[in-house]
Design a protein around this ligand. Structure first.
Ligand code: NAP
Ligand code: ZN
Ligand code: ZN
Length: 347
């Protein structure tokens, strides 16, 4: 066992504190990653605060992990010492079900092993990336292209793939009219990626406060959802709406903005059930869908796409002692556009 420095939540209501955690010995198929940066995803906050149900404390979260390989097991073939690598939201899956065989490990029927707060193969609870090192099966480790700086690459491992996957699944390209609800971590990546895929992109944000940023990131249009006119002016305007909001929204109001045969895909994950009137769907043969992160193969494809198109995340790098403050700013929608922890400050 390796004892490493980390930040952990002692309970749902207390701030995260410095601590140490255990990593397993490097097995034959494992790689040991020295973590350089870890992004702060809103899911980290939902999880440690118990929004999605009880978790076991103390808990170290973080699933936007980048760093370098410092040790590999005897049977490792995909990674070598010194490689720039990333680890996202999963560290294992059954590998046998239809989803796993299709490279969609995020939909593993037996449940994939999450990077944190999941039961690992050895029965321990997985601990995430707010720590100096992590040991991961090589199949769940991806290559981070040289051209993407580490800190700007970290959020791609969750925010990037979570928005890239639905954009690809719904075949967004030139001529697609895409709306993104919420300009936070996921939202800003959705804007960049949809723009790079050739879509006409509209941001639907609570206010016009971040309009200049939204347009700089690649949006063609920007509207405030606090203005009731937005919901009348934009009726039947979009082929795909990606909802990234972490809180409940009025789904019917947004579904009315879909063009004929349009789809609204929820990636935002509020704990509450959200009502929909089926008549809203009838009016444009609309679909309401959900999408969960992305598979390992698609995550690598997304990283390569980002390198090819010169895309990465807009980040604010913080030291570990600022994590709790960053959480409050994320909760206040005051993030531009992802907080990333400089892991060298975890001591
Ligand atoms: P984030 O950075 O906090 O962004 C969420 C954005 O939603 C905010 O910046 C804000 O944008 C908007 N918003 C927040 N509260 C709102 C409210 N009450 N009403 C309307 N809009 C509001 O969070 P994130 O890291 O992007 O994550 C977003 C959600 O996706 C979370 O629920 C997270 O758990 C979930 N998630 C899901 C997956 C998946 O696989 N499906 C993966 C990662 C994360 P504006 O200021 O522009 O309005
Ligand atoms: Zn995440
Ligand atoms: Zn499976």
């Amino acid at each position: 066992m390796l004892t490493v420095n980390a930040y952990a939540a002692p309970s749902a209501t207390e701030p995260l504190v410095p601590t140490t955690i255990q990593r397993r010995d490097v097995g034959p198929k494992d790689v040991l990653v020295k973590i350089r940066y870890a992004g702060i995803c809103h899911s980290d906050i939902h999880t440690v605060r118990g929004d999605w149900g009880p978790v076991q404390y103390p808990l170290t979260v973080g699933h936007e992990i980048v760093g370098e390989v410092v040790e590999v097991g005897d049977e490792v073939t995909k990674h070598a010492v010194g490689d720039r690598v990333g680890v996202g939201c999963m560290v294992n899956s059954c590998r046998e079900c239809d989803s796993c065989r299709a490279g969609e490990e995020q939909y593993c029927t037996g449940g994939n092993v999450g990077t944190y707060a999941s039961v690992d193969r050895d029965g321990t609870i997985t601990q995430g990336g707010y720590s100096t090192h992590i040991v991961v099966d090589e199949d769940f480790v991806v290559h981070v292209p040289e051209s993407i700086p580490y800190e700007a690459a970290a959020p791609l491992l969750c925010a990037g793939i979570t928005t890239y996957s639905p954009l690809r699944h719904w075949k967004v390209g030139k001529g697609s009219r895409v709306a993104v609800i919420g300009l936070g971590g996921l939202g800003h990546m959705a804007v960049k990626l949809a723009h790079a895929l050739g879509a006409e992109v509209t941001v639907l944000s609570q206010s016009l406060r971040k309009k200049d940023d939204g347009l700089r990131l690649g949006a063609d249009h920007y509207f405030a959802t606090s203005d009731p006119a937005t919901f009348t002016d934009l009726v039947r305007s979009f082929d795909l709406i990606i909802n990234t909001v972490s809180a409940p929204v009025d789904l019917d109001a947004y579904l009315r903005l879909l063009a004929l045969n349009g789809t609204m895909v929820n990636v935002g994950a509020p704990p509450e059930a959200l009502p929909i009137h089926v008549f809203t769907l009838f009016s444009s043969r609309a679909s309401f869908a959900g999408s969960s992160i992305g598979g390992i193969r698609e995550t690598q494809e997304m990283l390569d796409f980002c390198a090819e198109h010169g895309i990465a995340s807009d980040v604010e790098v913080i030291s570990a002692d600022a994590i709790n403050e960053a959480y409050e700013r994320v909760l206040a929608s005051d993030v531009r556009y992802r907080f990333v922890i400089d892991v060298s400050t975890i001591r």
